[in-house]
Design a protein around this ligand. Structure first.
Ligand SMILES: Nc1ncnc2c1ncn2[C@@H]1O[C@H](COP(=O)(O)OP(=O)(O)OP(=O)(O)O)[C@@H](O)[C@H]1O
Ligand SMILES: [Mg+2]
Length: 106
């Protein structure tokens, strides 16, 4: 629940009004994969390389308009890994982002 909340919170914070957020889930090979897709600000290649680092926040003005500590993704990655999961993303600046995680089925 914390993982999903963090990812949806980011999608909400970093998608300007009029954008779209999609959450979907699939079951494959004994795992569940959840995707949070947004049509928001997107993330530059330079920022992508630091994304899961503690306290990292983009310098982009539209990001800095929102409050945050730069902790959400760092904690999210640790939580996923504790549960034997995997986490990843793909993003293009000004186009949007997809964050996903997968977990073994209980
Ligand atoms: N969906 C997204 N779209 C665009 N940028 C994102 C998205 N998710 C994360 N980011 C970028 O990654 C940075 C780190 O995200 P993270 O969730 O760790 O911190 P935060 O949202 O700034 O603060 P908080 O600690 O409250 O979560 C963000 O500041 C932003 O620059
Ligand atoms: Mg966050």
């Amino acid at each position: 629940m914390q993982v999903l909340t963090n990812l949806v919170s980011n999608a909400w914070k970093y998608t300007p009004e009029g954008g779209k957020i999609t959450v979907r889930a699939f079951q494959t090979n004994g795992r569940v994969r959840v995707e949070v897709i947004d049509t928001g600000l997107g993330i530059s290649p330079e920022d992508q390389s630091k994304l899961f680092t503690q306290f990292f926040r983009s310098e982009a003005p539209q990001v800095r308009e929102q409050t945050g500590w730069g902790l959400g993704l760092n904690v999210t990655k640790k939580l996923v890994e504790i549960m034997d999961g995997e986490i990843g993303f793909s993003s293009a600046l000004n186009e949007g982002s997809v964050f996903w995680f997968s977990l073994p089925l209980a």
